[in-house]
Design a protein around this ligand. Structure first.
Ligand SMILES: C[S@@+](CC[C@H](N)C(=O)[O-])C[C@H]1O[C@@H](n2cnc3c(N)ncnc32)[C@H](O)[C@@H]1O
Length: 342
């Protein structure tokens, strides 16, 4: 599919902020339709769920940034400690000019370390942040002010649509990055399908850098998702406020509690909203009257943790070659550099 037909099909509007920054945003109607359709389906199942991508409205994105600063949430600072080791290491794999493409770029805070590495190698840096959240607009403008030699094309859409956009863009090499262990939100089989999608969006010489959280002590993991300030709880509950404001519903947020637990058999932290009483919630735009029992759980997120053998198996079965792996001192987290196994 050509770039033009992708733009048309996804109903993108192009916004040009200045000569160094433009972004594409899919239409409000289309995003709302997806929200209604996906929610109608997932909340009508025996085990109710809400896809974690819906966490990230403006408030959700802001709360996630607050989570990243929590002492309990070791993931962000640990990944930063590994990224800062890459100053000399990453360039050895990149002898030509690469464009930086980021899946789930959020605030692009960690991306700054990669931009600095590229700054030492190239005069101009091209960056394509892809994020479902409108936070992308603010993050991009801040970066623009901080890096004079940066040109950005943002895509406010899902990872998959962003990858289709990039695949058809041009012949320049891409360094695709996926940080924050966001990949851990995928269940095993959908995760493999997503890795296939990334692989098929890459050219032979492209590189893929992914950050994954590793299996560790249960207490450390449960503490990270049950912080003492209750920010993770606010982040989880905010998805209900978002549904209220965007889909005209009447969730009473005080009638739900945050619940996060590590499932050791599945190597994943499971996050839920637990109903504190029997209740009925109307979601007008989805035409749903939802009956929820006391103590019933609405699943909102999985965050998978990985072992090294699992990582090797996942990437070899999806056509990747591991070029390098980097860890922090405690082996809590790892960054993996991959290319297509062609
Ligand atoms: C866990 S945060 C990670 C943010 C940042 N990369 C980091 O490492 O701190 C996930 C980011 O991905 C975005 N996101 C979540 N699901 C998405 C999806 N399906 N498609 C596109 N973006 C998504 C969110 O808006 C959010 O900014």
């Amino acid at each position: 599919m050509s770039l033009k037909s992708i733009q048309k099909e996804r109903e993108y509007t192009k916004f040009v902020v200045d000569e160094r920054l433009c972004y594409y945003e899919s239409s409000k109607n289309k995003s709302e339709k997806t929200f209604v359709e996906e929610l109608s389906l997932s909340l009508n199942q025996k085990h109710k769920s809400i896809d974690p991508k819906f966490f990230y409205d403006k408030k959700g994105s802001k709360l996630f940034e607050d989570i990243c600063k929590l002492p309990e949430y070791y993931l962000t600072r640990t990944e930063i400690s590994i990224l800062t080791q890459l100053q000399d290491k990453l360039p050895t794999y990149m002898n030509e000019e690469f464009r930086l493409v980021e899946l789930g770029s959020g605030s692009s805070y960690k991306t700054r370390i990669l931009i600095s590495i590229l700054e030492n190698m190239h005069k101009q840096i091209e960056y394509f942040p892809i994020d479902i959240s409108k936070i992308l607009k603010e993050s991009a403008v801040t970066l623009l002010d901080n890096y004079e030699n940066l040109r950005m094309t943002g895509i406010i859409d899902t990872y998959e649509s962003g990858l289709d956009f990039v695949k058809n863009y041009d012949n320049k090499k891409n360094l695709i990055v996926f940080l924050g262990s966001s990949f851990g939100n995928f269940d095993y089989k959908p995760g493999l399908r997503f890795l296939d999608k990334i692989n098929s969006s890459m050219k032979d010489d492209d590189l893929f850098l992914i950050g994954l959280d590793l299996v560790k002590d249960k207490d450390v993991l449960e503490y990270a998702y049950n912080d003492s300030h209750g920010i993770t709880a606010q982040f989880n509950l905010n998805v209900l406020s978002r549904i209220n404001s965007e889909l005209d519903s009447n969730f009473n947020v005080d009638k739900f509690a945050h619940h996060a637990v590590y499932n050791e058999a599945e190597n994943r932290v499971e996050i839920y909203l637990r109903s504190l009483e029997n209740q009925t919630v109307n979601i007008t735009k989805a035409g749903i009257a939802l009956k929820i029992k006391q103590n019933e759980l609405i699943h909102t997120e999985n965050s998978y943790k990985y072992t090294i053998p699992k990582i090797k198996e996942m990437f070899s079965s999806t056509g990747f070659r591991i070029r390098d792996m980097w860890f922090d001192e405690k082996h809590y987290f790892c960054l993996i550099l991959l290319s297509k196994n062609s």
